[in-house]
Write a protein of this length. Structure first.
Lengths: 194, 194
DNA sequence: ACCTGAACACCGTTCAAGT
DNA sequence: ACCTGAACACCGTTCAAGT
């Protein structure tokens, strides 16, 4: 790209994301990131505490990108919400396969990430998930969607996710979520696959 | 432990698993594994092609451990099957948190792993999942269960999984699986959610 | 056949300098 | 304030030896 003489944390993270997208997580190395910025590796430590901090930064980057496309708290139709979540996460995993795996691995405790999570909790509460279930349901939903999306993007599965597969993920999650919505007792939601 | 003068692939993998359990994935290093066997790092290369091969071996180890406790193809009650799977995977993730994360990350194409998968496919077929859905349903199930289990074990979530949480995972997966089973109550989502 | 010593390229990180 | 050179500990890996 260009040759910015002046580095910033944002520039470092962007370079790291590029390296990850092109060469996988193993490609995210201090020298590699530095080279993309026309800088020596040591210069990075001015903007990033250490490599762990750099990876945390990548995770936060993806979370923000996930969140801007996420359902707002005024959403109410569970199926639409889940559908959007699955679509957005799958697309994200396709564009950033290596880093999306990190989302599953690393704890995300930054203020921004916590805010995103609260927002999600609010959505779940609004559609009828009981207060004491909200936190765990959110974990299950994000784990499922991210694992399927990231798993296919990083080659855990031999074939890529088709549109039909994506549809099945939505149906699965919607039906599973149904177990925590009022007005029913663990019945399966739909029968469209018969 | 002891001081085996003679090394084998099994011993190397066992030592690597021990290192992973104690010090996380970063603790799985050629010198560290070798030290556990009272051997120099170079000796490992006689039994393991490279580090990638070593990690593949760890994954296979866990898959086998998972499989011995898995439902047999004569199982028929979906809820019991899912329950057992969740219990076994959660327990496995608790004992081997670091490596269980690897299960989610690395493709598993060894003959043994493929056999395990076929076995699972057979179970799904038996309980009524249609042929063209079997592969994707298996991906969704394993991704969900492993991600939730491994995610809590590696500290992605702040609090550990309680028994109640585990129960919720079972309920979620059973309900989700219901979307792909015949003969359940013919409710549609739209009716349920008004 | 199986292990070791020496050696190499490479990575993360620090610190004292440079501008 | 921000970047660089030199330096260190450490890791993955190879190869020619040793037994």
């Amino acid at each position: 790209m260009g040759r910015p003489v002046c580095i910033s944390r944002g520039a470092v993270l962007a370079a790291a994301l590029g390296a990850a997208d092109e060469n996988g997580l193993d490609g995210v190395t201090m020298p590699a990131v530095a080279r993309r910025l026309n800088v020596t590796p040591m210069a990075l430590y001015r903007h990033v505490r250490d490599k762990d901090d750099l990876l945390d930064g990548l995770v936060e980057l993806l979370i923000d990108e996930l969140a801007v496309a996420m359902p707002r708290s005024d959403a109410s139709d569970p199926e639409r919400i889940v559908e959007r979540f699955v679509t957005v996460a799958t697309d994200l995993a396709r564009r950033h396969p290596a880093v999306s795996m990190l989302l599953l691995t690393r704890p995300v405790n930054t203020p921004s990430a916590r805010a995103r999570r609260s927002q999600f909790h609010e959505v779940l509460r609004r559609i009828g998930v009981r207060d004491e279930h909200v936190v765990t349901v959110e974990r299950i939903l994000t784990s499922t969607v991210l694992a399927v999306a990231a798993g296919q993007a990083t080659g855990r599965f031999s074939t890529a996710l088709t549109d039909a597969d994506e549809r099945m993920v939505v149906d699965f999650v919607v039906a599973g979520l149904g177990a925590f919505l009022p007005g029913r007792a663990g019945l399966s939601c739909r029968e469209i696959h018969q």
